[in-house]
Design a binder for this molecule. Sequence first.
Ligand SMILES: [Zn+2]
Length: 174
Amino acid sequence: MPLKEIGCHKCGAKVKKRIGEAINLSENPRVINDVIEGKINFSYCPKCKTKIEHKTHVLLTYMDPPRWIWLVSKKHQHPQYKDEFFTSVLPPGSTQFIDQEMVFVEFGEPCDCLKYVLDDKKPQSSVDWLNLGKIHTGEEAINCYKNALKMNKGLSEAKNLMNSEMNKLKSYSL
Ligand SMILES: [Zn+2]
């Protein structure tokens, strides 16, 4: 893994870390728990103790069938970011052949609902679907909120989040 220098966004101190390009979950299944528990892609500044993200996105991969899951910093959670990433950042054609997803997390914080993405567990309740919606964006998030509302029509948080996601979609796809 290449050694990379990262600057602390608060005090400017430099930290050197070994940072890999991708994590192969088929070869390292134990990493799945670290990901769910929020233990990857960050460290604390040696000087001011601020939490520093190593990278904006971490690529998690599965083989056979190939599946790529982009774990992206929560500050980018917007359908426009995702669409632009998949159309302009990725190598042309790669999205056709590999099943790719994007979910948004706060690195350093546990995210229990990642188990529905990484662990083949199925959401059981309206709240499970609501929480799953919160780590997605765009159509995927809307579908999660719809599933939540199918199970519990009165779940106003799902309704509100669904509307706000629909507005985000409208705001740029004109
Ligand atoms: Zn610092």
